[in-house]
Ligand binder design. Structure first.
Ligand code: HEM
Ligand code: HEM
Length: 179
């Protein structure tokens, strides 16, 4: 099995595109310029890559720079990291190592409380700013695989069916009225 990539300690100009990791340190003749690649360093750059409208043949070129897949991290592994010096948490399907995030504006305590688990709901409750969401990539270490036994899928919001229900009732009442 290929060695698992340690995203947090990866050196060089690397980036994630479509769940794959590329090291473009030596791609100084990138036709779009090296600067744009440097700006994507250490981030999930899938959107930037797509926005640049690369032609299909580039996918073949990319193989030269491929160094591995984004690690998949199971909940049981996340659960092992919930101490002050070793804290991981999951937000929206991604795992973050926040051990070194000592200056969280919301305080260190709340981060520690949410470590070792899926903190998506807690994170969203605060209505974090765009900047805060962008900052997440600094701590990104892998894709989150939830435990199917302990985590249910997001529950269906049945309120979305209310307009549909109202429409159906309207149609039924209408047909009675006109008959
Ligand atoms: C391993 C990753 C990448 C590879 C192999 C790659 C390769 C290429 C190639 C071959 C072209 C020329 C395309 C053509 O023939 O029109 C190109 C253009 C370009 N790339 Fe990338 N690219 C990569 C990542 C990125 C990323 C992350 C960005 C971020 C914004 C980016 C931005 C651009 C831009 C702006 C152009 C110029 C488009 C133009 O002038 O029309 N590339 N890239
Ligand atoms: C790596 C994950 C996180 C990052 C990067 C992050 C980042 C930030 C940032 C930049 C702020 C300042 C306000 C803003 O820009 O929105 C903030 C505030 C805050 N965060 Fe987080 N946060 C993270 C996780 C969490 C989690 C899991 C909780 C749990 C509830 C939390 C609770 C708070 C609270 C309570 C505040 C203060 C809000 C206020 O003063 O109005 N954060 N966070």
């Amino acid at each position: 099995m290929a060695e698992r990539l340690d995203l947090k300690n990866l050196k060089g100009t690397w980036m994630i595109i479509k769940d794959k990791v590329y090291d473009v340190s030596k791609f100084s003749d990138h036709p779009g310029g090296f600067e744009v690649l440097a700006d994507c360093k250490g981030k999930d750059s899938t959107t930037d890559y797509i926005d640049a409208n690369h032609p299909d043949y580039v996918e073949e070129d990319m193989k030269k720079y491929y160094i591995g897949d984004v690690p998949k991290i199971h909940q049981d592994e996340v659960a092992k990291h919930k101490t002050e010096n070793d804290a991981w948490l999951a937000i929206h399907g991604k795992v973050y190592d926040i051990s070194k995030f000592t200056d969280h504006p919301g305080g260190a305590e709340i981060l520690l409380e949410n470590s070792g688990k899926n903190a998506t709901v807690a994170f969203d409750t605060i209505d974090h700013s765009k900047e805060a969401k962008k900052d997440l990539y600094k701590y990104y270490i892998g894709e989150y695989i939830p435990d199917p036994n302990s985590e249910s899928l997001p529950s269906t919001n049945y309120f979305i069916y209310i307009p549909l229900l109202a429409l159906i009732i309207g149609i039924i009442l209408n047909s009675f009225y006109f008959n």
